[in-house]
Design a binder for this molecule. Structure first.
Ligand code: SF4
Length: 607
């Protein structure tokens, strides 16, 4: 609970509920009865952090350890940050109200690159030295994890270790070892050396990175023989046995996703070539209908929520989707609990499922063709045809939908202006076919950002100027007033592109940005392209080297010492097939031997 000295601040900030703690469902322990105190930090606002299922699952696992108490903290909004600094009050954890600098472990989930400045700024607000090398034995151990940990180098110097892959078991093993080492009076450096032997642990300080004259990486090598040259990710083999938090903290103020989120499966069978999640979360693993039904019943009973969403990368690929929806509907309808199925694939969408979904929730329908022509959809391996897009829109409109939202990207590899105008043509043909009805189409276009561990990790990102030219070209091509067109800010995607494939030299850019007050870079009201240009120039970073340069297959990539299980050979093959416009069938149709089923030397089925 918030401490008295902070209370006067609450009257001066918006949404004070972000800072009070004490929510229903919090975990409290006697801090004098535990050996380790840990704070899980979400480097963005409370409303976003409280919606993150991953953090709920990991805190649930960690708080099951009787020797550890895990609490939470979120990035304070600028009004609260200003007051904390003016009143010389440190950032604190919501459960106990204690300053983060008093904790043994501070962990950050890194969900997107533009949260990096917030993470370092939270260390600053907590009075914890930014750099791992500057932290002493009494400073907290700082851990990083989440999807961005697949290329942790741009923030490597700020973290003592990274948890690569799924953290349920890994973080508990790290906590147990840390407890043991401290009991034995061992130094943090000795602990880190031992921790590097635990699969899934990356300790940046135990690796040397060297660069070639041209700025590319020459080598990333462990300093000691016992430290693994490649850090392999961790996964949970049997998801039915994976811990699931039925009860969790209920936000005082509305969170972005204020409902029960039921994780149905991990991984994806599809293999879209731009999609990092579809690669790094492999192999594909499902939960059974029985386990899901039980988790759902417990969660609704424990939280009282009247809404539940089925979470996955592509829900309609769940092999028992009909049985699951029927099973859940058999009790949710009576309890007036709404069921939403986000991430429906446009080609796996059929009337029966639609009717079931529509019967419980009038949620918007969103499809992701991603590209405006069949040629480019084949290049990105989307495996969706124009007929399937029109068929799904017809089903949506015939079942009472008045608007469908279509997601596209611009800046994709091999893209031509014809592909851009193809987006307008496709939206136009939907309106053309159903325009007689009161229907509308929303076209939402993001900018392609090449990501590590995808077949497109070697591609050059379009320049900001080129992305903007394409955005205006599409605007000029969309003529119907029944089509709403919105697109992402190209400069923001450019910055994301710099950090997504950056190396350890970018740490100085993050530090300079924090010194200059850069925060919440993913929020329009705080993002400043000019500031970032100046920051990169000041620290001698050439942005285009990272964002707009095509890499050769032979180049050592800043993340080559991390393994997500999908082999580089497979990614190169997919990259070359993309160039030839060839598609790859989904995993259920045919295994393409990406390597994910070999993780940990154990052969697994993943279809
Ligand atoms: S090993 Fe085969 S089936 Fe499994 S994720 Fe890779 S390509 Fe798909």
């Amino acid at each position: 609970m918030i401490k008295d000295e902070y209370l006067p601040l609450l009257k001066k900030v918006e949404r004070p509920g972000r800072y009070t703690g004490g929510e229903f469902g919090c975990t409290y322990k006697d801090k004098n009865a535990v050996d380790l105190r840990m704070c899980f930090c979400f480097p963005d606002t409370y409303e976003i952090g409280m919606s993150n299922l991953g953090v709920k699952i990991l805190m649930h696992c960690l708080n099951k350890l009787d020797f550890l108490w895990c609490e939470r903290a979120y990035a304070p909004w600028d009004d609260m940050e200003k007051l904390l600094r003016e009143n010389k009050l440190p950032l604190y954890a919501l459960e106990s109200g204690d300053p983060l600098c008093e904790f043994d472990i501070v962990a950050f989930t890194l969900q997107y690159e533009l949260s990096y400045t917030n993470a370092v700024n939270m260390l600053d607000l907590a009075g914890i030295p930014w750099y791992s090398a500057e932290r002493g034995e009494d400073d907290p151990l700082v851990i990083g994890g989440g999807p961005c940990a697949y290329n942790p180098e741009p923030v490597a110097e700020f973290f003592d270790l990274f948890s690569i892959g799924e953290g349920e078991e890994h973080l508990c093993e790290i906590a147990s070892l840390y407890r043991e080492c401290r009991k034995k009076g061992m130094k943090k450096a000795e602990f880190l050396r031992l921790a590097s032997h635990i699969k899934g642990t990356y300790v940046p300080s135990l690796y040397d990175v060297e660069y070639n004259e041209d700025g590319t990486v020459r080598s990333i090598a462990p300093k000691y023989e016992d430290v693994p040259a490649v850090v392999e990710k961790r996964i949970i083999g049997d998801l039915d046995k994976a811990p699931f938090p039925a009860a969790f903290e209920m936000p005082y103020i509305e969170a972005v996703h204020d409902r029960v989120t039921l994780e149905v499966f991990r991984g994806c069978i599809r293999g879209c070539r731009f999609c990092q999640a579809g690669m790094v979360y492999r192999p594909y693993r499902e939960k059974s209908v029985d386990v899901l039904d039980e988790c759902a019943r417990q969660s609704i009973a424990a939280t009282g929520y009247d809404e539940m969403s089925l979470a996955s990368l592509s829900i309609s690929d769940y092999s028992h989707i009909d049985e699951l929806v029927d099973r859940l509907l058999s009790w949710t309808e009576e309890k007036k609990v709404g069921l939403s199925l986000p991430s429906m694939r446009i080609d796996a969408f059929y009337a029966e499922l639609m009717k079931k979904v529509m019967s419980v929730r009038k949620s918007g329908l969103t499809f992701a063709p991603e590209a405006g022509t069949q040629r480019l959809r084949d290049v990105i391996n989307k495996n969706v045809t124009e007929e399937e897009i029109l068929r799904s829109c017809r089903m949506a409109f015939e079942n009472g939908r008045q608007n469908v939202k279509l997601y596209f990207m611009n800046g994709l590899p091999t893209e031509t202006d014809e592909d851009i105008t193809g987006i307008a043509k496709l939206a136009g043909s939907i309106i053309g076919e159903f325009g007689g009805r009161a229907v509308g189409v929303t076209v939402s276009v993001s900018c392609f950002v090449p990501k590590p561990f995808t077949p497109f990790q070697w591609e050059a990102q379009d320049t900001v100027e080129e992305l903007k030219r394409k955005q205006q070209l599409l605007r000029s091509e969309i003529r119907s007033r029944k089509i709403t067109y919105n697109y992402h800010t190209a400069e923001v995607s450019h910055l994301e592109g710099v950090f997504a494939r950056g190396d350890r030299r970018l740490c100085k850019a993050v530090a300079e940005a924090v010194r200059r007050g850069q925060r919440f870079d993913s929020w329009d009201e705080f993002f400043s392209a000019e500031n970032w240009h100046d920051i990169f120039a000041t620290v001698g970073i050439d942005e285009s080297f990272y964002a707009n340069r095509r890499r050769e297959y032979g180049e050592i990539l800043p993340w080559d010492h991390i393994s997500c299980g999908v082999s580089k050979r497979f990614l190169i093959n997919e990259s070359e097939k993309a160039r030839r416009g060839e598609t790859t069938p989904d995993c259920r149709t045919k295994c393409s031997a990406c390597g994910a089923n070999q993780l940990g030397g154990e052969r697994r089925c993943c279809r």
